[in-house]
Design a protein around this ligand. Structure first.
Ligand SMILES: *Cc1c(COP(=O)(O)O)cnc(C)c1O
Length: 375
């Protein structure tokens, strides 16, 4: 079965092998060397001043960010389940929160965020997804973070990049905290979360909040290449292997470029067979289609063609399907996925099969190579 859900994503063979070696103790020079190399690579990838790795899922990092960086009122953008989660975390932490809510296909705007900040001077942190995975939606996070920081540099900009970091280049220069998780673009099993922090964020954290998720104690330890509590050793070893695999692939720039081309080619292929892209501003991490037959298409993909894609949640249950674009994806597998969607439409009697989807995918992905040769 091909796993094409936008998290968890398949763990590559070499990464599984790297994690299958004998256990090492976390308080050893051997592990500290692995931790240091991973940390250095993450700092380069995130382009942030500081980085912290936590043994937690992505939600743990969201909670750590909110509790350590917001002391009064959180402004959260809710255009899906994950944006909504920031608001729930604020409530659970006993913080005030103001929410900007949208339909799950609609991005927020600089104007809406700035209007909310002008209306409430207690807001000391803004939380938003780069890609809201519930509908595969891209928010204009770079523009928003630049505007927020220009308005008041003390307001913390917390960005959930769990389905964006490692997928596309993100300008983190106006972001105080950017969050990533292991089981999405990093192609690892779940359980490791990453927070990239600005120097302003480190100052705001001060002596930190909470106990396990106290970022001050983690920063202090991680600067010495160790962790406050037992490190997720196996996942850190896996992460180093992932980051080295990306280097061997040709570097993160090549991965960003190929991901963008592949995501676009898949979208064109599916639109060419009459399907509709759900989000108004599609993110590169996944291809999201809304369709009245979404459930039947997913079932046929699984049962007839061996492809597992994700459905929708809450009010989008049975109304959308989402195809992963994160990680190192084999083109032959991707071509099979779009072809399988076309075959499924044929089985449903929607349109006769003529190979349009895989042809469009290949033509779009390889168009720079298929240009007529100059004579
Ligand atoms: C998956 C996901 C999360 C939550 O991560 P968990 O690891 O399940 O806690 C948060 N935000 C986004 C955008 C995600 O895609």
């Amino acid at each position: 079965m091909l796993l094409f859900t936008p998290g968890p994503t398949p763990v590559p063979e070499n990464v599984r092998q790297a994690m299958a070696t004998v256990s090492i103790h976390h308080r050893t020079p051997e592990f500290e060397a692995i931790f240091r190399q991973t940390r250095e690579r993450l700092l380069a990838l995130l382009a942030t001043d500081e980085v912290v790795m936590l043994a937690a899922t992505g939600t743990g990092a969201m909670e750590a960010a909110v509790s350590n960086l917001c002391h009064h009122t959180l402004l959260n953008v809710n255009a899906g389940k994950f944006g909504e989660r920031f608001g729930k975390i604020a409530l659970a932490m006993g913080l005030e929160h103001v929410e900007l809510a949208y339909e799950w296909d609609t991005p927020t705007s600089v104007d809406d965020v700035m209007a909310a900040l002008h209306a409430n001077s207690n807001i000391d942190a803004v939380a938003i997804q780069i890609c809201e995975s519930a509908g595969g939606l891209r928010h204009p996070v770079e523009e928003i973070s630049a505007a927020v920081k220009a308005f008041n540099a003390d307001i913390m900009v917390i960005v959930d990049g769990i389905t964006a970091i490692g997928v596309e280049r993100v300008d983190t220069s106006h972001i105080d905290c950017v969050i990533a998780g292991s089981q999405k673009a990093f192609m690892l099993p779940p359980g490791l979360a990453i927070l990239g922090l600005s120097n302003t964020a480190v100052d705001t954290i001060g002596s930190g909040r909470g106990y396990y998720f106290n970022l001050a104690s983690e920063i202090q330890k991680q600067r010495q290449n160790t962790t406050a509590y037992t490190a997720a050793t196996t996942l850190v070893i896996g992460l180093l292997e992932v980051l080295e695999s990306i280097e061997r692939y040709g570097g993160i720039g090549k991965l960003y470029c190929d991901t963008a081309r592949r995501a676009k080619a898949v979208r064109f292929a599916l639109e060419a067979i009459g399907l509709h892209t759900y989000p108004k501003t599609p993110a590169k991490a996944m291809t999201t289609i809304d369709d009245t037959d979404a459930s039947s298409i997913r079932m046929l993909l699984k049962e007839e063609f061996g492809v597992n894609v994700a459905g929708g949640q809450d009010h989008l249950k049975g109304k959308i399907f989402r195809i992963n674009q994160m990680g190192l994806i084999e083109l032959n597998e991707m071509a099979w996925v779009v072809n399988s969607v076309e075959l499924s439409l044929a089985l449903l009697g929607r349109r006769p099969y003529d190979g349009t989807a895989s042809r469009t995918f290949n033509e779009e992905y390889f168009k720079h190579k298929l240009l007529p040769k100059e004579t």
